[in-house]
Design a protein around this ligand. Structure first.
Ligand code: SF4
Ligand code: SF4
Length: 434
């Protein structure tokens, strides 16, 4: 299948034995694939992009990312293996039957060691799991992170305790103190009960998710819905989730769409064709009646260009006006000095849009937003905008060492070392927990 000239060569992994093997990325019929051959287990070909125009190569002029080799935009602490769900799609293999949790003392020790080794410039710490709200010291951990000067703390949650225990939300809000520095990545896969039953293996989750959002909003905390998008299950709910974002604006201003990937307890590669970033971008366009266009999505100058795509719209009097289609795409960005280039972006905008933006002093705000160079930018600060992010994590089928080498989203492993989340999930997560 890869008889054509490869777009690039890289290193990937055998999905069976996880041995690292040479790989080629190549384009065929407008789609992009990654192919490799394990000496023991044979060939494997994975779809990377269903629309080659939304697969961005990091050419010699760019793609160096914002990150030095020691920089982590995001540090993720998995503070417990335990969860109150056992999702069939769980990449960490968590469940109610697991009991390991990181003690507060271990958390403090690891955090301080990382800060001493130069991680003070990390923008964001995520507390994850398992389900981090089950950890008895969650509140102390959040407070400690702020004491140590971490600017933003995200709790990655399925929302069950957030929905059922408003007092917990109230206490967490008190720790934040109205500074918008504590936010919640809320697992939100759609509205249909069938969706939750298939992706999460549980009943009755739909009202729980809505209650979680209501409780967070009541206490002035931000929820960022994160949708695991799965073909044949909830692909057709993307439009409804984007409409929810717009309805809740400005209390909510970002959703993250994650195409399903095949790690941990979830291995589906042979059953359905992989969902790609490009297809999700096309679905956003289709399901919003063309309000957003696929070309609204573009890479950001952080990590690798194929690791995140963002669409930005501003909201005025309830009207949503996508603007990122006028942003310069990655190819025109010059690292590290992108600012002079992006300041020219208004040249490409229609005059009426510039006038509308100017009325509200939005241009400065927009330029400021575009200057944010990483995935952990505090987008909640940009209350006049709505943002749709697409985050395509990798698994053993799609593993591209080129992307991992530029990764700045690091999980802290059991020894306290930062490791690319995709590398950790694919190659290094302790097995036997699934
Ligand atoms: S995906 Fe999240 S909610 Fe589901 S079992 Fe894993 S940790 Fe728990
Ligand atoms: S975690 Fe994966 S998808 Fe995200 S920046 Fe790192 S390599 Fe890219």
């Amino acid at each position: 299948m890869n008889s054509m000239n490869p777009t690039k060569t890289t290193t990937s992994a055998c999905p069976k034995c996880l041995r690292k093997v040479p790989a080629q990325v190549f384009e065929r019929d407008g789609r992009v694939f990654l192919s490799k051959e394990c000496p023991t287990h044979g060939a494997d070909v994975a779809l990377l992009a269903s629309d080659a125009s939304l697969y961005w190569n990091a050419g010699p002029e760019g793609g160096k990312g914002c990150c030095t080799s020691n920089h982590s935009c995001t540090m993720i602490f998995e503070i417990t293996e335990r969860c109150n769900l056992s999702c069939p799609t769980c990449f960490s293999g968590s469940s109610p039957h697991l009991n390991w949790q990181m003690s507060f003392e271990e958390f403090e020790r690891k955090l301080d060691a990382l800060l001493a080794k130069g991680k003070r410039d990390s923008d964001m710490v995520q507390l994850s799991g398992g389900e981090p709200t089950l950890h008895p010291d969650l509140e102390r951990m959040v407070a400690l992170l702020f004491e140590r000067g971490i600017r933003k703390v995200y709790v990655n949650t399925n929302g069950i305790r957030i929905a059922k225990e408003p007092d917990l939300v109230k206490r967490l809000a008190a720790i934040d103190g109205g500074r918008d520095r504590l936010q919640f990545y809320l697992q939100f896969d759609g509205f249909e009960e069938r969706t939750h039953a298939l992706i999460r293996g549980a009943k009755g989750l739909s009202p729980i998710k809505r209650q979680a959002i209501a409780n967070l909003h009541e206490h002035g905390l931000y929820a960022l819905p994160v949708m695991a998008v799965t073909r044949g299950v909830n692909l057709d709910e993307i439009g409804a989730v984007v409409r929810m974002l717009i309805e809740h604006h400005p209390k909510m201003n970002t959703v993250i769409l994650q195409p399903a990937f095949y790690a941990g307890r979830y291995e589906n590669e042979q059953l359905v064709e992989r969902l790609t970033l490009a297809e999700v971008a096309n679905e956003v366009s289709k399901q919003t009646g063309g309000l957003f266009l696929p070309e609204d999505f573009g890479p950001i100058p952080c990590s690798h260009p194929n690791c995140f795509a963002l669409a930005v719209a501003f909201v005025r009097d309830g009207k949503v006006i996508p603007v990122s289609r006028y942003f310069p795409k990655f190819a025109t960005w010059k690292d590290p000095a992108i600012a002079p280039t992006i300041e020219k972006f208004t040249d490409r905008m229609p005059q009426h849009m510039i006038e509308t933006l100017a009325e509200d002093d939005m241009i400065d705000s927009l330029l400021d937003l575009m200057g944010q160079s990483d995935e952990s930018a505090n987008w909640a600060d940009y209350k006049n905008f709505v943002l749709i992010g697409i985050k395509p994590f990798m698994d053993a089928h799609t593993y591209d060492q080129d992307r991992v080498d530029r990764c700045c989203v690091h999980v802290i492993d059991r020894e306290g070392a930062p490791v690319s989340l995709c590398e950790y999930n694919t190659l290094r997560r302790p097995r036997g927990l699934l």
